[in-house]
Design a binder for this molecule. Structure first.
Ligand SMILES: *[C@@H]1O[C@H](CO)[C@@H](O)[C@H](O)[C@H]1NC(C)=O
Ligand SMILES: *[C@@H]1O[C@H](CO)[C@@H](O)[C@H](O)[C@H]1NC(C)=O
Ligand SMILES: *[C@@H]1O[C@H](CO)[C@@H](O)[C@H](O)[C@H]1NC(C)=O
Length: 758
């Protein structure tokens, strides 16, 4: 044995006891615990816990000794790491017999109970209990270990208030209390912890306001207070925390307040102030934060323009200004940069330089333009509010089935559409047949991998899910912040919305993997329907399906299902970066009978659109009759006559057409055909149409008008626009078509038809 020094007998005895109580069976006491041999040191990559600030759930079993005592004759155990060992039982008091133990890491195990009173005599400097199942009030014994520099009890089940005695731990540099069930106000004694450089209290149930005394933590670099139930505003004393490089605050209660003073924080890398009820303008100095990589100011009440200083933010990889009331034009440099930028849900102004297509990939502009922009022709539907149903959708739908994060699959005769887009940081994705879309915002933080997984596959065995529909649940779409699914071009009416969930990331076994807690909120049509939803709790375990059913009213063709992470739940189990909404499938069924021509205009338009040929044939008949009767050309008969022909369906009033085209405004003119001008318009229900106005002067023109209908009915080309109906009033004759983007319309209206009718 090369080592002269030996670990003292009483320490070996303590280790034996500890090993026995924790079920640590692979310690070989035939070997000297300080020898480093035979399982006394067994480690993998570093990660969380007392040492590293990294990310992966490293497995580690490591006993470290210092053998320099008594002239190198005596060894003492100074550090023990038992990480991700799936240890069970309670925390052994015998640790306190290792008087030289400075560092103890028990993270990611399944320990229960509390910290034994004997620990009060320990001289620990670093202690991590992250990801276990300890419960009860904040352990008093810990508040006696005044030598502590790092204390991490994140991801346990502690409850009740933080005791004032926490103020004894004046050496604390790192205090992580996140993901417990602590309540009450933050005790003023926390203000004594002026050496803190890393403080995280997210995901708790505190009350009261964010205290003014956070300004005393002048050494702080990392401060995280997400989803911890505190009230705003963020106190102005925060301005003293000049070393901050990672500030995360979210989901504050209270009233709207102005932007907190952060102008001196030149080290800022991650700035998250999400849903903090911040109003007013974004300060220009944010643009001077040269090290900024993540900026999330989403879901506040921010107004004004994006500061021009943002041009300097060249290092920012992720910028989320989603869900504010920002105005002005979107700077083109922002769109040009190959970074993830999410500007969805704002009130920007449309300009000729603005995008004329729904952006794909790294920029999300969904519903980002003010409603006044909606009338402008060039605004792509996805950028407008409420997705007015563009006529390129073939016809309105009365149902929708999506296999979120999965491939197309058939369950009980119903086909769930594929949804396997892998990206999602700032993403608008238009689904199959353009009958649905999603808007996804956010990146998974601290996961230490280059690409985030927005599509999750099951890691645990799916139980209690019939083989039948398991395909819906083996994959799911995940979101670190915000995810909205849109059902598009639906008939107005009531629907039954079913949200299919299954927890497939956490296990059902006795490993630490089972300790993860996923919590998120769901809104349908902007109404909160699930608050602090926990799939596992609702389903009665992981790998089990739970279907939540809701009634939704669709009144403007669009159904919105919004998933939001309000900072709740664990974020480090089984590994860093596992949190946020997870949705397996969505099904939407009508509560009404399928469309009939019962006078509801939306049905009517659809019926006509859906069977354009039939309608056209009818129209020919009518026009034929009208023409023969001499109504066409001279003075056209009032539509009373038309009605008597039982064709109310395809008939639009001149008033409707005038409103849709803004009184045939030149700005809406999209071309001039052989028979008259063609205008783009929008009906009051959002349907985008093309109106072909027939010059009513010549009889010849009218004959061509009728010819045209005949031609349309004869042409069965897939690219050909659909005829919605006609308008005959006064001496005005118009045909109303489905509006198609790009060249299809012009080809159809001015090309094929033009040549054919020659
Ligand atoms: C064991 O722990 C000691 C003290 O924390 C550390 O210095 C050493 O790197 C660890 N060894 C391994 C293999 O992780
Ligand atoms: C906290 O800061 C305030 C204001 O600067 C100061 O008056 C107070 O003494 C500080 N408290 C501690 C415990 O340092
Ligand atoms: C922004 O747009 C929304 C929705 O159209 C509207 O309710 C809000 O008043 C607008 N805010 C501003 C400042 O224009």
């Amino acid at each position: 044995m090369e080592r002269a020094a030996l670990v003292l007998h009483f320490a070996v005895k303590a280790l034996r006891e500890i090993g026995r109580k924790l079920g640590k069976t692979d310690w070989n006491f035939e070997e000297d615990p300080c020898s480093g041999r035979d399982n006394w040191i067994k480690a993998q990559d570093d990660e969380d816990g007392v040492g590293g600030g990294g990310a992966k759930a490293g497995i580690e079993s490591n006993v470290t000794c210092d053998c320099s005592f008594n002239d190198n004759t005596t060894c003492h155990v100074i550090a023990i790491a038992l990480k991700a060992q799936n240890l069970t039982g309670t925390v052994p008091p015998e640790f306190s017999r290792l008087h030289y133990l400075k560092s103890l890491d028990l993270s990611r195990n399944c320990l229960t109970g509390t910290i034994p009173a004997e620990w009060a005599s320990m001289r620990l400097e670093e202690f991590s209990l992250m990801g276990n199942r300890l419960s009860g009030p904040f352990p008093k014994a810990l508040t006696r270990i005044t030598s502590l520099r790092n204390l991490t009890i994140e991801g346990n089940r502690f409850s009740g208030p933080i005791p004032p005695e926490i103020g004894n731990l004046i050496k604390l540099q790192k205090l992580i209390l996140s993901s417990n069930a602590f309540t009450g106000e933050l005790p003023v004694e926390l203000s004594k912890l002026t050496k803190l450089n890393d403080m995280r209290i997210s995901d708790n149930l505190f009350s009261g306001k964010i205290p003014e005394f956070i300004g005393n933590w002048t050494s702080i670099e990392k401060l995280q207070m997400e989803g911890c139930s505190l009230e705003g505003p963020i106190p102005s004393s925060i301005s003293a925390l000049k070393s901050l490089s990672d500030l995360r605050i979210s989901d504050l209660k209270g009233r709207v307040s102005s932007f907190p003073p952060l102008s001196d924080m030149h080290s800022m890398k991650t700035l998250i102030l999400r849903k903090c009820l911040i109003g007013g303008q974004i300060p220009a100095y944010i643009g001077a934060m040269k090290k900024l990589k993540n900026l999330d100011l989403s879901f506040n009440n921010l107004t004004g323009e994006i500061p021009s200083s943002f041009d300097h933010l060249v290092r920012v990889d992720f910028m989320y200004l989603t869900g504010n009331e920002l105005i002005g034009t979107i700077p083109s440099w922002l769109l040009g940069r190959n970074k993830n930028v999410d500007l969805s849900y704002n009130n920007f102004t449309w300009e000729s330089s603005s995008p004329t297509d729904c952006p794909r990939g790294s920029v999300n502009l969904v519903e980002s333009y003010a409603s006044s922009a909606d009338k402008l022709n060039k605004v792509p539907p996805c950028l407008k509010r409420n997705f007015p149903c563009a006529a390129s959708s073939k016809q309105y739908k009365s149902s929708l089935y999506i296999n979120c994060g999965g491939k197309e699959t058939n369950v009980a005769g119903v086909t769930y559409q594929a949804d396997n887009e892998q990206r999602g940081a700032s993403m608008y994705y238009s689904g199959q047949s353009q009958s649905w879309a999603f808007s996804s915002t956010g990146n998974f933080l601290d996961n230490d991998i280059d690409s985030d997984d927005y599509v999750e596959s099951n890691t645990s065995v799916l139980s209690s899910i019939s083989v039948h529909d398991s395909e819906l649940y083996t994959t799911a779409r995940a979101s670190p912040l915000s995810l909205t699914y849109y059902g598009l071009c639906l008939f107005n009416g009531n629907y039954t919305v079913r949200l299919h969930f299954a927890e497939i990331k956490f296990s059902n076994d006795s490993s630490f993997n089972s300790l993860g807690k996923r919590i998120f909120d769901v809104y349908i049509q902007e109404k909160l329907v699930l608050k602090d939803f926990n799939i596992e709790n609702e389903a009665g375990g992981t790998g089990k399906a739970i279907v939540k059913t809701f009634t939704a009213v669709v009144s403007s063709k669009t159904l919105k299902i919004h998933f939001y992470w309000a900072g709740r739940g664990t974020t480090g189990i089984p590994v860093r970066g596992v949190y946020g909404p997870l949705i397996s499938a969505i099904s939407v069924d009508p509560d009404f009978k399928l469309p009939s021509l019962d006078g509801n205009r939306s049905y009517v338009v659809n019926a006509v659109a859906g069977s354009a040929i039939a309608a056209a044939v009818l129209l020919i008949l009518i026009f034929g009759i009208m023409w023969r009767k001499g109504w066409l050309g001279s003075k056209l008969s009032p539509d009373k006559e038309l009605k008597s022909l039982d064709l109310q369906t395809g008939v639009f009033t001149l008033r409707q057409i005038k409103a849709a085209t803004e009184n045939f405004d030149v700005g809406n003119k999209i071309g001039e055909g052989g028979f008259g001008a063609v205008y783009k318009g929008q009906l009051s229900d959002g349907t985008v149409i093309a109106v072909k106005q027939l010059s009513s002067k010549s009889k010849q023109g009218n004959r061509e008008f009728v010819n045209e209908i005949g031609l349309i009915s004869g042409l069965q080309h897939p690219n050909l626009v659909k005829l919605y109906g006609c308008c005959i009033e006064g001496n005005q004759l118009s045909l109303i078509y489905e509006y198609m983007e790009n060249n299809c319309l012009s080809r159809a209206l001015f090309g094929e038809l033009g040549t054919l009718s020659d």
